[in-house]
Design a protein around this ligand. Structure first.
Ligand SMILES: [Zn+2]
Ligand SMILES: [Zn+2]
Length: 709
C-alpha cells in the first residue's frame, strides 16, 4: 500500500503516513499542501514524499482529507531548506514548514478553498505577461557604491555572502536597489527576497521599490497583513508572479521558486530572531538558503552583529564598506583601522517618496555628560537642561531618549520601605500616572494606584526613577512654551497615533520628542539638532553578553536620527561612566574598534561566536519543577556529552518569575558546531521521553544560538 509521508505542525520526529484515498495520485506528490486527519481534528500538512509501504499498521493508515486548494506543489529546494532549518533548530519539520503557509490556507472554512484561491489570483494578478523589463534605478552611484554593486552582480549565479557595512546615508539602500535591478535583468523569471526586521518599515520600502521598479509587482509578507492580502502575496511569490518579495523574519521561508538574490537589511536587529515558537534566526537561515541555492546574499548594517563582523574579519563573508556619507565630507578609514565609521542604521527611506536619504551632514558629535559632576534633577542634568532650552530657543528640534515607559519604574513608601512589586513577577510594576495604575510590563498585571501604602497606610507614596511620562512632565514644567510629544508603546496604542506624531515632528510642529527606542528605528528626523540619551548605563551594566552590542547599535541609531539635513547635531549622553570604552568608541564613531574589543572579550570568556551554544529553559509553577527538569536534562546529558563540551549547572533566569511561572535555564557550549548538534540529536529524544515518563509539569524549550544568556 503506497502512502504519502506528511509533515504537520507538531513536534514529531518523523512525517506521518496517510493514504491518498479519494484524492488520487496527485496527493502523493512531494510538496503538495494537504489537509490530514490528526486525532479528531483536521490539520494542514505538506506531503514530503511517498513510501511503498506504511511504517505503521496498514489498518491504522487514514486517508488524506483534501488538497489545499489547487496550489502548486512546493519545490524540492524549499522542502530541503525547511528540513535543514528543522534539523538545525531541533524541532519537527512541520513546525517550521507548515506555519510558513499563509494562515488562510491552513484553515478549513466553509468556503471552497479552490474558489478562494482562484478569486485571489484574479484580484491580484501580479506580473502582466508583457510587462516591460525593469528600468535601471536612475540614481548615479558613488565610486564605493559602484564597487559594492559590481561585486554583488559579479557573484550572481553562485553562493557569495556579503556584509555591507555603512553608516546611514552612506547609500546602502541604493546598493540594494542596483543589485536587485541587475538580478532581475539577468533572468526574466528571476525573483529577489528582501528581509527587514520591522513590519512598519515594509510599507515605506514597498513604496520605494514600486517607484523604482514600476514594471515589477512587489509583494510584502508579514503578519500584520489581512488574510486575503497575505494569501495573495504568498501565491504571487510562489507562482512567480511577484518578482520582488519584501518581508519580516518569517518571509525567509517564503516560497520563491526563482530566487536569485537575498538581501537582509539591519542584519544585526534582534527582531530577525524569533522570540517564541521555534527560535530561528532569519539572518542565519537567509545565508544558508543562499548557500543551498548558490546565490549571493547581502547582509546590510551600520552596526553589524558581532557574528557577521567576525565572519567578515575571518574572510567567510566578503566585506563591502561604504565609508563615506553621501553629500558629506566625513572621511573615514577602512574597517580594521582606527576611526572607522559607526553611526546609524535605518533604511533611510523617507515615507513614500522615491528618493533616498542622501543629504547627510557630518556625523553627530557625541558628548558624555558625567552625572557625578552634574547630578540630575528629575532625571535631567544641568548641561542637558541648558542644551534643550537653547535648542528650543533657536527654533530647532530635540529628541530625548529613555528606554523606560510609564511615569516611573517603581512607586515607593519612604515610611516603611514598601515597593510596587508585581505580584506575579520578580520585578516591579511601573507607575502609570495618567491611567493612575501600577502596571507590570512583563505580564500585563495592573491595579489602581493605592491611595495609601498597603503596608503602613502612609499616604505619601513616591515615584522612584524616570519613565517617558515623567520626563515629559518635567520638560513641560521646565519649558512651558515648547511643543512636546511622546512616543512609546502607551502613546501609540491607538492605530495611526505613531504616524500622526511622527508627521507632526517632520512638519516642524513639535519641538521636543520624548520616547523609547521606538523612535530609533527607521525614522528620519531631519531638523533634529540635539539628542539627549538618559539611563543608557542600565543596559551597560546588564548581565546579558549581548547587551553591549545592542546598546552600541541602539545609541548609534538614536544618534543618527539627528542632524541629517546638513546642520551639525549633538548627542548628550548622560552617564556615570563617561570613560567606558563603549561610550568612547561611540563618540569616535568607531564601530570597528568597539567590535574588536568586544570580540576579544568574547574570545577570552568563551562566548559566541567563538563557541556554539544551546540553551535549555524550563518554566513551571514551582521553581523546583523547573530545576528538576533541567537537572534531569543534565543527568541525561553527562554520559552523551563529547570531550570539550561544557554543560553548565541549571540556574534561575535573570528575571526569575514571570506571570507566576518560575524560570530556569541551562547552558550548553561546544567549541565545535557539529559536535553540539550531534549531541543534541541524541540527547533531546531521551530528554523528551524522560520528561513524559516522569510527568513533569513544566514547559520547556531548547534554543540553538540563544539570543541572550
Ligand atoms: Zn509604607
Ligand atoms: Zn508581572
Amino acid at each position: 500500500m503506497e502512502v504519502a509521508r506528511v509533515i504537520v505542525d507538531a513536534p514529531l520526529p518523523q512525517p506521518l503516513d496517510y493514504a491518498a484515498g479519494e484524492l488520487g495520485p496527485a496527493a502523493l506528490h512531494a510538496g503538495t499542501p494537504v489537509f490530514a486527519p490528526l486525532g479528531a481534528r483536521s490539520v494542514a500538512g505538506i506531503v514530503v514524499g511517498r513510501a511503498a509501504a506504511p511504517s505503521i499498521d496498514v489498518a491504522k493508515v487514514r486517508p488524506l482529507r483534501a488538497l489545499i486548494a489547487d496550489v502548486a506543489p512546493l519545490p524540492d529546494d524549499w522542502l530541503q531548506f525547511t528540513r535543514f532549518a528543522a534539523d538545525y533548530y531541533h524541532c519537527g519539520w512541520g513546525e517550521i514548514a507548515v506555519p510558513a503557509l499563509p494562515p488562510a490556507l491552513r484553515k478549513i472554512t466553509g468556503a471552497d478553498p479552490a474558489k478562494r484561491v482562484l478569486a485571489l489570483r484574479k484580484r491580484y494578478p501580479g506580473r502582466a505577461a508583457e510587462s516591460a523589463p525593469s528600468a535601471g534605478p536612475p540614481v548615479t552611484l558613488r565610486e564605493e557604491q559602484r564597487v559594492a554593486v559590481d561585486a554583488i552582480v559579479a557573484a550572481l549565479g553562485g553562493f557569495a555572502p556579503f556584509l555591507l557595512f555603512g553608516v546611514t546615508g552612506s547609500g546602502k539602500t541604493e546598493v540594494y536597489l542596483h543589485a536587485i535591478a541587475a538580478a532581475l535583468a539577468a533572468d526574466p523569471a528571476a525573483q529577489v527576497l528582501l528581509l527587514v526586521p520591522e513590519i512598519n518599515l515594509t510599507p515605506q520600502l514597498e513604496a520605494l521599490l514600486r517607484s523604482r521598479f514600476p514594471g515589477e509587482p512587489v509583494v510584502s509578507q508579514h503578519s500584520a497583513l489581512a488574510d486575503g492580502e497575505r494569501t495573495a502575496a504568498w501565491l504571487q511569490a510562489h507562482e512567480g508572479r511577484a518578482r520582488i518579495v519584501v518581508g519580516t523574519r518569517l518571509a525567509v521561508f517564503a516560497a520563491v521558486p526563482h530566487l536569485r538574490l537575498i538581501v537582509v537589511d539591519e542584519e544585526h536587529d534582534p527582531s530577525l530572531k524569533a522570540g517564541d515558537g521555534v527560535r530561528f534566526s532569519a539572518r542565519d537561515l537567509a545565508v544558508k538558503r543562499a548557500q543551498m541555492l548558490r546565490l549571493p546574499v547581502v547582509l546590510g548594517s551600520a552596526t553589524p552583529s558581532l557574528e557577521s563582523w567576525a565572519a567578515a574579519q575571518a574572510g567567510r563573508y566578503r566585506l563591502l564598506a561604504l565609508a563615506q556619507r553621501a553629500g558629506g565630507a566625513a572621511k573615514v578609514e577602512a574597517p580594521g583601522a582606527e576611526g572607522t565609521a559607526g553611526g546609524t542604521s535605518g533604511l533611510g527611506v523617507p515615507g513614500g517618496t522615491g528618493a533616498t536619504a542622501e543629504s547627510v551632514g557630518a556625523p553627530a558629535r557625541v558628548v558624555a555628560v558625567d552625572v557625578r559632576a552634574h547630578p540630575p534633577e528629575h532625571g535631567l542634568s544641568g548641561p542637558l537642561r541648558s542644551a534643550l532650552a537653547a535648542t528650543v530657543a533657536r527654533g530647532e528640534q530635540a529628541l530625548v531618549f529613555i528606554n523606560r515607559r510609564g511615569y516611573s519604574p517603581v512607586l515607593a513608601c519612604d515610611a516603611c520601605g514598601w515597593l510596587s512589586n508585581c505580584p506575579r513577577c520578580s520585578t516591579f510594576a511601573a507607575y502609570h500616572k495618567r491611567d493612575a495604575v501600577l502596571r507590570c510590563h512583563h505580564c500585563g498585571w495592573q491595579q489602581r494606584v493605592p491611595r495609601a501604602c498597603p503596608t503602613c497606610g502612609n499616604q505619601d507614596l513616591q515615584p522612584v526613577g524616570q519613565g517617558t511620562q515623567r520626563l515629559e512632565e518635567t520638560l513641560r514644567e521646565m519649558l512651558p512654551q515648547a511643543r512636546l510629544a511622546r512616543i512609546d508603546r502607551d502613546s501609540t496604542r491607538r492605530k495611526g497615533a505613531a504616524a500622526a506624531t511622527l508627521d507632526a515632528v517632520h512638519a516642524g510642529d513639535i519641538d521636543i520628542l520624548v520616547g523609547t527606542q521606538m523612535i530609533a528605528k527607521g525614522h528620519d528626523f531631519r531638523r533634529v539638532s540635539l539628542v539627549c540619551v538618559l539611563n543608557a548605563d542600565a543596559q551597560l551594566l546588564a548581565t546579558d553578553f549581548r547587551a553591549p552590542e545592542r546598546l552600541f547599535a541602539t545609541l548609534a541609531q538614536v544618534s543618527g536620527r539627528a542632524g541629517r539635513a546638513g546642520q551639525p547635531a549633538r548627542v548628550l549622553l548622560q552617564t556615570r561612566y563617561p570613560d567606558h570604552p563603549l561610550y568612547v568608541a561611540l563618540a569616535r564613531h568607531d564601530f570597528a574598534g568597539f567590535a574588536r574589543q568586544q570580540l576579544a572579550e568574547r574570545r577570552a570568556t568563551h562566548l559566541p561566536p567563538f563557541v556554539h551554544a544551546a540553551l535549555l529553559t524550563a518554566q513551571a509553577r514551582a521553581m523546583e519543577t523547573a530545576t528538576t527538569l533541567l537537572e534531569l536534562g543534565r543527568e541525561l546529558a553527562l554520559p552523551l556529552a563529547p570531550q570539550g563540551m561544557n554543560l553548565y549547572d541549571p540556574v534561575p533566569m535573570p528575571l526569575e518569575r514571570v506571570d507566576n511561572e518560575h524560570r530556569a535555564q541551562m547552558l550548553i557550549e561546544s567549541p565545535r558546531r557539529p559536535a553540539l548538534h550531534a549531541f543534541l540529536r541524541e540527547w533531546l529524544p531521551a530528554l523528551r521521553a524522560a520528561i513524559a515518563e516522569r510527568k513533569l509539569r513544566a514547559r520547556w524549550h531548547l534554543e540553538v544560538d540563544p539570543a541572550s544568556i
